[in-house]
Design a protein around this ligand. Structure first.
Ligand SMILES: NC(=O)c1ccc[n+]([C@@H]2O[C@H](COP(=O)([O-])OP(=O)(O)OC[C@H]3O[C@@H](n4cnc5c(N)ncnc54)[C@H](OP(=O)(O)O)[C@@H]3O)[C@@H](O)[C@H]2O)c1
Length: 300
């Protein structure tokens, strides 16, 4: 691809729908060259066409399935070949298992694998290019639902083979996003690359509606649907995806946040974390364990 890219480059994962689509649209509108990722080429192409139509800007599409290390490595290789700079990386893609336990290609529980370990590997592969592009920003879309794992991650059973509860695994994966932010922000301090986590709020999207392709890998039937439904029934009216994208767009672009790093935002405001989520020792433990798990599946 010629890229002739002189604009700032922003990667938005999971840009084919929901908050990701609106984030990609918002960043394109602000003049960034957006690299939208999708795992389904048809839905990705439809989303890109919609963004291009609504913004009049060119948007690139590169396939990415975060449930496959091979796909993540292919994606990273393509990006490194095509784009001399990466100014913004928005880890938006994510899933809530919707009552079904299934595993990624490497055998990780899906919420842990897709929401945490995939972004962890991807960031590592793009890290040098992002640092070389500084000032640059990395952000990860976490969730206020992290509080539903009040004891943090279950390090004895990170893959939830023994005990699978939909909300618990989702909440743990969103806590993992916060732990990732703590450690990466500290590692990148002084490089000009900022790292923040954001809760977009409650947004009307397809989250929690398992996709057919994922259900094909389901290996367990839920025991906690009733409990999950009770929690979901008590949520307020959701906001639109366009509103839900405002925090990600703000974190990616706001001049006043250019040096803010290592912060968890509730929408666009820095928020205080629970002690468990703020615990740097636990965050480092997850980092070390993630490195170990990734190393079990080297590129070949
Ligand atoms: N909606 C809310 O109320 C809410 C609240 C707090 C946080 N969040 C977070 O916001 C982010 C965006 O979610 P959303 O609400 O916009 O949900 P959504 O409409 O379900 O969109 C999720 C996106 O992630 C992608 N994705 C899922 N599995 C993937 C995989 N294996 N590889 C690559 N991409 C994958 C989806 O692609 P497919 O369409 O192909 O599945 C889709 O593009 C998530 O991280 C979520 O945890 C949402």
């Amino acid at each position: 691809m010629d890229n002739g890219v002189t604009q700032p480059v922003a990667i938005v994962t999971g840009a084919n729908t929901g908050i990701g689509l609106e984030t990609a649209l918002g960043l394109a509108e602000q003049g960034m060259r957006v690299v939208a990722t999708a795992r389904d080429p048809r839905r990705g192409a439809e989303a890109v066409a919609e963004i291009e139509r609504r913004t009049g800007r060119t948007v690139d599409l590169v396939p990415l399935d975060l449930a496959s290390f091979a796909s993540i490595r292919r994606f990273a290789a393509t990006v490194l070949e095509r784009y001399p700079r990466i100014d913004v990386l928005v880890h938006n893609a994510g899933l809530a298992p919707g009552g079904h336990r299934w595993e990624t290609a490497e055998g990780f529980e899906a919420a842990f694998g897709v929401n945490h370990l995939g972004p962890f590997l991807l960031t590592g592969l793009l890290r040098d290019r992002i640092v070389a592009s500084a000032p640059a920003r990395i952000m990860i879309v976490s969730s206020g639902a992290y509080r539903m794992a009040p004891d943090g991650l279950c390090f004895d059973d990170l893959q939830h083979r023994e005990n699978f509860h939909t909300l618990q695994v989702y909440a743990e994966s969103k806590t993992a996003n916060i732990y990732f932010t703590h450690i990466l922000a500290r590692q990148l301090a002084g490089t000009g690359v900022t790292v923040n986590a954001v809760n977009p709020g409650y947004v009307a999207t397809q989250l929690g509606q398992p996709r057919e392709a994922d259900l094909a890998h389901a290996v367990a039937v839920p025991r906690d649907n009733a409990a999950s439904s009770a929690v979901l029934a008590n949520l307020p009216e959701p906001m639109t995806a366009a509103r839900g994208a405002i925090p990600s767009i703000t974190l990616a672009t706001a001049a006043e946040l250019a040096t803010t790093t290592g912060v968890y935002f509730d929408r666009t405001r820095p928020a205080t974390l629970t002690p468990v989520a703020a615990d740097l020792d636990l965050a480092q433990r997850l980092w070390d364990e993630s490195e170990r798990l990734v190393a079990l599946h080297p590129a070949h």
